[in-house]
Design a protein around this ligand. Structure first.
Ligand code: BTN
Length: 247
């Protein structure tokens, strides 16, 4: 991964740059990195704070030979790869909040956004957007985010070398992706569950169909979250926002 590298200065969003390259036939592993994004985006239509030179704002191209409904598995794979990479480089304890937010001490240090293109239920490509708040200072965040977000520098007390961290991220990502292609989702699922802070405590999940109160118990084979609800039955949820309480 990263052998085809596009290093850019200021872009609206690395997602759009890489999607354009993907449509032009760019190979798997193509990487777009920007120093700054003026219109960085997050999940659920939110924006993503991406100031110049302070974070890792990048998008990685995958062309996985898997059907569209298995995309949630790749979402979880990305979270495991990123959390393993950061844990190798920075002395912080990372927890994964379902599906793929990385938290330190309950505050978000990184977000992942998958955008895909499919044809006849098969994935043509997936653009994996990785945003890591590396060396941001408190004043880089809007005030209302300060109780929810933190940078690696703020959490660990020391600035972090971004290019070293990028190299480790690509290494971990490629290793886990190869494992996934060889052995399927089972090993990724175990790793995700081991790093999760979402399991086994009651929470509210805001799904597109409405709020669900329950206790997340684990992942299903497709990458959905199995939630035990009050009558003891289970529901599997593929898309939702988790209430603040769980973190
Ligand atoms: C989230 O937690 O909501 C996901 C945030 C994803 C941010 C990254 S930064 C690089 C890539 N380009 C974007 O515009 N977004 C992703």
């Amino acid at each position: 991964f990263g052998r085809q590298l596009h290093l850019l200065d200021v872009v609206p969003s690395t997602q759009d740059e890489l999607r354009r390259l993907a449509e032009q036939g760019a190979p798997e592993g193509t990487l777009v990195i920007a120093e700054q994004q003026t219109n960085g985006r997050g999940r659920m239509g939110r924006s993503w704070v991406s100031p110049a030179g302070k974070g890792i704002w990048m998008s990685l191209l995958l062309r996985p030979p898997v059907p569209l409904p298995l995309t949630p598995q790749l979402t979880l794979l990305a979270a495991v790869a990123l959390s393993r990479a950061i844990s190798r480089e920075v002395p912080v304890k990372i927890g994964i909040k379902w599906p793929n937010d990385l938290l330190v001490g309950g505050k978000k240090i990184s977000g992942i956004l998958l955008e895909s293109a499919a044809e006849d239920e098969r994935l043509r490509y997936v653009v994996v957007g990785l945003g890591i708040s590396v060396n941001l200072d408190a004043e880089d965040y809007p005030a209302e985010l300060l109780d929810k977000a933190i940078s690696l520098k703020m959490a660990s007390g020391a600035p972090i070398n971004r290019s070293g961290l990028i190299a480790i991220i690509l290494e971990e990502f490629e290793r886990l992706y190869d494992l996934y292609l060889e052995q399927g989702f089972a090993p990724i699922r175990s790793l995700w569950e081991a790093h999760s802070v979402t399991l086994n405590s009651e929470t509210t999940l805001y799904t597109p169909q409405g709020a669900v109160l329950g206790i997340p118990r684990g992942l299903d084979d497709m990458g959905g979250l199995k939630v035990e609800i009050s009558d003891g039955s289970y529901r599997t949820i593929y898309s939702a926002e988790i209430g603040d309480r769980v973190v």
